[in-house]
Design a protein around this ligand. Structure first.
Ligand code: COI
Length: 399
C-alpha cells in the first residue's frame, strides 16, 4: 500500500531523461574541431505551404558528417554541402540494419531566434541506441553543439510560420565493408535537416486505430525501447494492410493484450477509473516501448497541472475496451516528435469499433488540444515568454 502510493506520487515518478549523462568514456569528436564548407549551389526553398512542405520531403543545403573507425577513432566533424553518400554494397547497415537514428525539431521563435527542444534528450537516447547496436559511443553534448552549428548554417531554412519547424534527423550507421554479422569496425554519423509543416496539413486530425492481434512491433527482451532502424521496417506492411480496411494506424500490443504504442507514437488514455476519478494513463517503459521525449514532456506537464492522476503502468487492451464500453473513456491520443499530439477517435478491436467523442471544432479532445497548445507555446516560446515575463523554458535552447 505504502509502495503503491509512493509510486504514484509525482515526486517519485521515473523519467528516462532524469539523468542526462551525455559523456563518453572514449575519446569523442569535438565541436571545436568542426569545419564548414559552404555550398556553391543554394537550393530553391519550397513555399511554406502545408500541402507542399510535407514531412521529410525537402532537405536543406548542408549536412553534418563524422566518420569513425576502430583504428582511427572519430574523425573531425564536418558540415558540407548536402550530397549523396557513396556506400560499399557490403556495408553492414544495408544488410543487418545496424543503424539507429533520432528525430528532433528546431523552431523559429517570434523574435526570429532558433530554438531546439530537448535536443539533449535525443542525444542521450541516441547514445543508448548506439550502445545497443555496438555502434561507437560519442559525447552527446559535442554532437548537440555540432547540430546547433548546422542549424545556424542552414538557419534560413527554418520556417517562420506557426506550425512549421525544422526536423532534425541524426543517424548512425555501420559501414564496415564485410558481410559478417558482428560489431562494425567502421561507422558514419550524419545529421540532415528538413523543413516541415504541420504533420497534418489540416491541423490536428483524429485517427482511427486498429488493434493488431496478428503482428507485434516489439517483444520483451527485444529492442522496442531503442530507436533502431530495424524496428520500423516490419511496420510498413501492417500499416498498408490496416489502411486498406479503413484505419490510419496500428495499435501495437502483445498477444496477451498488453498495450504498447500506436504507429510510431506513444499512447495516452484519459479516462475515469472505476472509482470515478480522472486518470491519464500511459504504458510504462518496460523495455518494449520507445521512451518518447514528447511522452516524457506530457507526463511532466500533466503531473505539474495537478488536475488528475497521471499513471504509467502495464496497461491491457481489455481495460481500454471496458472503459469504452462503460462510457468512462474521455480521450485517447498518441504523441511523438513528428506529430506532437495525435488525437484518436476510434479503436478497432476484435471485430468491434469503439468510438470516443471529441470536440468537432477543436478536432481533438480538450486535454489533447490543451497539451498541443502548451507544447507548441514552449517550443516556439510565443506565449510562454509572455506569461513568464521573458524567461526561457528549461526544455528550450536558443542558439
Ligand atoms: C518521430 O516522431 O520523430 C519519429 O521518430 C517518427 C518517425 C519515424 C517518422
Amino acid at each position: 500500500m505504502m509502495l503503491r502510493s509512493l509510486w504514484r506520487s509525482p515526486a517519485f515518478s521515473f523519467s528516462y531523461y532524469s539523468n542526462l549523462d551525455l559523456s563518453c568514456p572514449y575519446p569523442s569528436f569535438q565541436a571545436r574541431d568542426l569545419t564548414t564548407t559552404h555550398t556553391m549551389h543554394y537550393i530553391t526553398k519550397p513555399p511554406c505551404d502545408p500541402k507542399i512542405m510535407t514531412f521529410g520531403a525537402f532537405h536543406t543545403d548542408h549536412l553534418l558528417e563524422i566518420d569513425w573507425s576502430e583504428k582511427m577513432g572519430w574523425s573531425r566533424p564536418q558540415i558540407v554541402p548536402f550530397k549523396s553518400f557513396s556506400i560499399h554494397p557490403f556495408s553492414a547497415c544495408l544488410h543487418y540494419a545496424i543503424e539507429c537514428f533520432e528525430g528532433a525539431k528546431a523552431y523559429r521563435g517570434p523574435d526570429n531566434s532558433i530554438r531546439t527542444f530537448r535536443l539533449n534528450c535525443n542525444m542521450y537516447r541516441m547514445k543508448q541506441s548506439a550502445k545497443r547496436l555496438s555502434l561507437p559511443d560519442f559525447d552527446g553534448g559535442e554532437l548537440e553543439r555540432c547540430i546547433e552549428q548546422l542549424l545556424k548554417v542552414d538557419r534560413d531554412w527554418i520556417p517562420d510560420r506557426p506550425g512549421f519547424s525544422c526536423y532534425i534527423r541524426p543517424t548512425l550507421m555501420a559501414t564496415e565493408e564485410a558481410l559478417g554479422v558482428r560489431a562494425s569496425s567502421r561507422a558514419k554519423l550524419f545529421v540532415v535537416l528538413c523543413p516541415v509543416g504541420p504533420y497534418f496539413p489540416s491541423g490536428l486530425k483524429p485517427v482511427r486505430v486498429f488493434c493488431n492481434t496478428s503482428t507485434i512491433r516489439s517483444a520483451p527482451g527485444g529492442v522496442g525501447g531503442y530507436k533502431v532502424a530495424g524496428n520500423y521496417a516490419p511496420t510498413v506492411l501492417p500499416l498498408k494492410e490496416v489502411q486498406k480496411i479503413g484505419f490510419h494506424q496500428n495499435l501495437w500490443m502483445l498477444p496477451d493484450g498488453l498495450v504498447q504504442e500506436m504507429g510510431v507514437c506513444n499512447l495516452f488514455f484519459f479516462w475515469k477509473n472505476k472509482q470515478g476519478e480522472k486518470e491519464l494513463v500511459t504504458p510504462i517503459l518496460d523495455g518494449t516501448i520507445l521512451p518518447g521525449i514528447s511522452r516524457d514532456s506530457i507526463l511532466e506537464l500533466t503531473r505539474n497541472m495537478g488536475k488528475f492522476k497521471v499513471i504509467e503502468k502495464k496497461l491491457y487492451i481489455q481495460e481500454v475496451v471496458e472503459a469504452m464500453e462503460e462510457g468512462r473513456m474521455i480521450e485517447m491520443f498518441g504523441s511523438g516528435t513528428a506529430v506532437s499530439i495525435q488525437p484518436i477517435e476510434a479503436i478497432g478491436y476484435n471485430d468491434k469499433i469503439y468510438e470516443v467523442q471529441y470536440d468537432q471544432k477543436l478536432n481533438a479532445g480538450e486535454l489533447s488540444h490543451e497539451l498541443f497548445d502548451i507544447l507548441t507555446n514552449i517550443q516556439v516560446q510565443s506565449e510562454y515568454q509572455f506569461q513568464t515575463g521573458g524567461g526561457e523554458h528549461k526544455w528550450v535552447r536558443s542558439i
